[in-house]
Design a protein around this ligand. Structure first.
Ligand SMILES: [Mn+2]
Length: 237
């Protein structure tokens, strides 16, 4: 009944498969994926298809799934003529997605037949926004990016998607005394004054597990919440 968490796979299918060989994942265990499965890396759709067939995986949504879902739906309904006629908001969203590495997702998605495309859209649409879990006698909140505009008075359901998916967590603030917040989104290489970049980061009841799988030297990481044990893929070349 162990609980494992991985985040920000970003299309790194081979790293994910390597990590799965290292994690002693049993059928009775649960693996949570904290969002940003898609974009940047070479095989976002192949990774989604793998996750989809794993019975003990629960996926949460990241800002990249939000972008991909919106843009893929847009492109699926648009013929060439209507792409040119897209309104400003749609054009900006498409551009923003491509700017953030959406091309690899688009390229793999367009190779699927219509039924497979629909399955991928439906799979991503079912991703959870956040999850509260208990493991090893402690309580955890699993969410992609963090609690933007944090306030101790605010309930988790009062946060907007923007605040949970895009805005970066403040690791200098202890959000809860009795709940550890597990996030991805910010590679630990990007955390200011972090003495161990590329390693899972723990501070003030935060655990940050994005170890920058798409960076040169970055890795895909997993943590077992019951034991605190950490697992890493080989570094990105
Ligand atoms: Mn993200």
């Amino acid at each position: 009944m162990a609980t494992y968490v991985i985040s920000d796979i970003h299309g790194q299918y081979d790293m994910f498969m390597e990590l799965l060989e290292k994690i002693p994942l049993k059928d009775s265990d649960t693996l949570y994926i904290l969002g940003d499965v898609v974009d940047r890396g070479p095989h976002p759709i192949k990774t989604l298809q793998k996750l989809k067939e794993m019975p003990n995986v629960i996926c949460m949504v990241g800002n990249h799934e939000l972008m991909a879902l919106r843009c893929l739906k847009l492109l699926m309904t648009a013929d060439a003529q209507s792409v040119f006629g897209l309104d400003e908001e749609d054009r900006k969203d498409l551009w923003m997605w491509q700017y953030n590495g959406g091309l690899s997702t688009f390229e793999e998605f367009r190779e699927l037949d219509a039924e497979e495309q629909q399955e991928i859209i439906e799979f991503m649409s079912d991703f959870l926004v956040y999850e509260e879990v208990s493991a090893g006698g402690r309580d955890y909140l699993l969410v992609h990016a963090g609690l933007g505009n944090y306030s101790p008075e605010k309930e988790i359901e009062d946060y907007s998607l923007e605040e949970l998916m895009w805005m970066r967590a403040d690791y200098n603030v202890r959000y809860f005394d009795d709940v550890i917040v597990v996030t991805g989104h910010t590679p630990t290489q990007q955390i200011k004054d972090n003495p161990n970049p590329g390693v899972i980061y723990k501070k003030n009841n935060h655990i940050v597990i994005d170890c920058g799988a798409h960076y040169p030297g970055g890795r895909l990481a997993a943590i077992c919440l019951d034991t605190g044990e950490e697992y890493y893929s080989s570094p990105q070349s």
